[in-house]
Design a protein around this ligand. Structure first.
Ligand code: CP
Length: 311
């Protein structure tokens, strides 16, 4: 069993309930991962994913080992048949096979280029590990998805929902840099599996991949989208149409206390204060961001538990 996408969740309600039971008793399955090794390979920076996934492994009795691949390992070649006389020194065929001998599960973080849409959408890094490794693979944020974050967000909404079918808004917000679509994509896919009223708010030119958003309503008027919202999940992403470009930095899309009203604020973190969201939101009980970060452990623990049980 691999966990590379929200589509690997067969029954999201059952997964959420199981994650809640792990949260209530995190060390209950401490024997399950005894003598098993989780390898965490990071091609990009991380705080939450790196620490919460290690914590999840420790809660299951596993031994996590971590490597910053981009800085510390040999440059990995992903092309088939490449004459390796450039900057890459080791082929993924050997790298994945070797790491598989040291680890029982391999978790990978590899962001998109935001330059070559076709290459990013091929998920060549994640898929190459899945192809050449002989152990299960976990996606710790790839070019197009962040399914550990999406599962976390589903758990958090379930914990904080006050009505049977809450209204959830995914809102784009401004940012100074071009950011990936992965968190937005996985959040959309998670909400589409849940019993929620779900809409997206983003400026023109910022629609996510229509193959992912599908029938989900998209508003270009944030105020209209936020009406009667129970949860406002905020994230910046770069343009998908004009791939990887920043085509709008309108500060009027920043999340404010006034706009939020009685809704709860969510964000995957890290977040740039007073660019994406104002202090007056983050510094009050309206914000669930710290609870979300806590739930990263139990989402990862659930995924690792399922993989260990399926081994
Ligand atoms: N939300 C999230 O994935 O955080 P990190 O990038 O710090 O891991």
């Amino acid at each position: 069993m691999n966990y590379t996408s929200i589509h690997d969740i067969d029954n999201i309600s059952a997964w959420i309930e199981e994650a809640k039971t792990l949260k209530a008793n995190p060390l209950k399955h401490i024997q399950l991962g005894k003598n098993k090794v989780l390898g965490l390979l990071f091609f990009n920076s991380s705080l939450r994913t790196r620490l919460s996934t290690q914590k999840a492994a420790l809660n299951l009795g596993m031994n996590p080992i971590v490597m910053n691949v981009s800085g510390d390992a040999w440059g990995i070649e992903f092309g088939d048949g490449t004459v390796m006389n450039g900057t890459t020194a080791e082929h993924i065929k050997e790298a994945a096979a070797v790491v598989s001998q040291y680890c029982d599960i391999i978790a990978v973080r590899a962001f998109p280029s935001l330059i070559d849409k076709e290459k990013d959408e091929s998920e060549h890094v994640l898929k190459s590990f899945a192809k050449y490794a002989s152990v299960p693979i976990v996606n710790m944020e790839s070019a197009t998805g962040h399914p550990l974050q999406g599962l976390t967000d589903a758990i958090t909404i379930s914990e904080h929902a006050k009505v049977a079918k809450p209204k959830v808004v995914l809102s784009w917000a401004p940012h100074i840099k071009a950011l990936p679509h992965a968190v937005g994509n996985s959040f959309v896919q998670a909400m589409q599996k849940m019993d929620v009223e779900f809409v997206i708010a983003n400026p023109k030119g910022y629609n996510l991949n229509p193959e992912i958003t599908g029938d989900t309503p998209i508003y270009h008027n944030q105020e209209e989208a936020f009406k009667d919202a129970d949860f406002v999940y905020t994230k910046n992403w770069s343009s998908y149409e004009d791939y990887g470009k920043v085509v709008n930095t309108d500060p009027n899309w920043m999340i404010t206390k006034e706009k939020l009203g009685n809704a709860k604020f969510m964000h995957c973190l890290p977040v740039r204060r007073n660019v994406v969201v104002e202090d007056a939101v983050l510094d009050t009980d309206s914000s669930l961001v710290i609870e979300q970060a806590n739930n990263r452990t139990y989402a990862a623990q659930l995924v690792l538990k399922k993989i260990l049980e399926n081994a």
